[in-house]
Design a binder for this molecule. Structure first.
Ligand code: KG4
Ligand code: ZN
Length: 335
């Protein structure tokens, strides 16, 4: 089954053609990041406009790269939640038009479920059930994936997402948006024990996260130093901050794995590209005899291929939308 898949939830306009949920025939991503960089973050109004301009060309390119026309497509999957509402609406309405004009079924697909599905593309043997750490710019969840479309959140952030915390810390250090990747690189040359930062835990909720105190701690450290005319070493700050975030993610995820007796662990979302998170989890999983699956770095961020992968399983479970489909800014991964 060949699915044309469309993603426009944030600042990437993306389209792919994916066969049977696992084989990527083409994948095109048009990033708006250079423009949002000027403002230090995504400007929703600009994002919607750029999606509207890019979506036709990106879709044509994806079909061309796959050597296909719309007549070769069996279904259209589209990200309809969660994300920036104006950005989502561009993809949803475009997909609805394409579906209606060509009489092709339309599959509404949840963005975070798609991040998880990026792993099905990279790892043909991977199947649910497994335990997944979903860490993106807007969400940090520990999810029990019982089946391709049956999930339960067992832990989540009480405030900021891990990606958001990385981006704010990086911005305070003068790095450009999105700063997570720059902070990760800067940390490579630093001393992770140079600065003592809090490792917040949430009382009576061992799988939940809280990153806002940690974020405030690093911002205060930098501001206090600059008020005294000091500049702190960016490499050491980055390494100490990265270690603190990764410690929280790894501790809670490994505890959840042990308590739920999960031996197959998966990570997903933009922050799953973080090099310390990847190496620390690999070491923990090797030590405990767990299998760890991670997306390749080019599938960690937003892309259309992951939407085609999840879209296939949504279709197989009977999830097809009609002309009334709307976009939703928030929606639980469990729905
Ligand atoms: O999943 P994603 O591409 O978009 C959302 O759905 O939110 O995640 C983007 C987030 C950003 O906060 C970005 O800074 C972060 O992922 N990120 C990283 C790294 N690469 C991307 N954070 C830490 N280390 C990285 N290497
Ligand atoms: Zn995403």
């Amino acid at each position: 089954m060949r699915i044309l898949s469309i993603e426009s939830s944030c600042d990437e306009t993306a389209c792919a053609v994916v066969a049977d949920g696992r084989y990527v025939l083409s994948s095109v991503v048009a990033s708006q990041v250079e423009e949002h960089k000027l403002y230090g973050g995504v400007v929703p109004e600009i994002a919607s406009r750029r999606h509207a301009e890019a979506i036709v060309g990106v879709t044509k390119q994806a079909l061309d790269d796959a050597g296909m026309t719309i007549k070769d497509i069996d279904a259209i999957a589209v990200t309809y939640a969660p994300g920036l509402i104006g950005a989502l609406l561009v993809g949803v309405n475009f997909a609805k038009g394409l579906s209606a004009a060509n009489n092709i079924p339309l599959i509404p697909t949840h963005h975070l479920r798609s991040h998880i599905a990026a792993n099905y593309i990279a790892h043909p043997e991977l199947k649910p059930p497994f335990l997944c750490l979903v860490v993106s710019g807007g969400h940090s969840h520990i999810v029990k994936v019982d089946d391709y479309t049956k999930m339960k959140i067992i832990g989540k952030t009480r405030d900021d997402a891990a990606g958001e915390a990385f981006d704010k810390a990086a911005r305070t250090m003068g790095m450009s948006y999105p700063g997570g990747i720059h902070l990760d690189k800067a940390a490579e040359g630093g001393n992770e024990n140079a600065f003592k930062l809090p490792h917040p835990v949430v009382a009576n909720a061992p799988y939940d996260f809280s990153f806002s105190g940690l974020k405030t701690a690093i911002i205060n450290l930098i501001h206090n130093a600059s008020q005294k005319g000091d500049t702190l070493p960016v490499a050491d700050l980055s390494a100490s901050f990265r270690k603190a975030v990764v410690d929280c993610l790894v501790t809670n995820f490994m505890k959840a794995a042990k308590d739920t007796d999960s031996k197959t662990l998966v990570i997903a979302g933009g922050v799953s590209a973080n090099s310390l998170l990847r190496s620390r989890l690999q070491a923990e999983c090797d030590k405990n005899g767990y299998a760890l699956y991670m997306p390749p770095k080019d599938l960690c961020g937003d892309n259309g291929a992951m939407v085609g992968a999840q879209g296939y399983y949504e279709y197989m479970s009977g999830n097809v939308a009609g002309a009334e489909l709307n976009a939703c800014a928030t929606m639980s991964i469990e729905k």
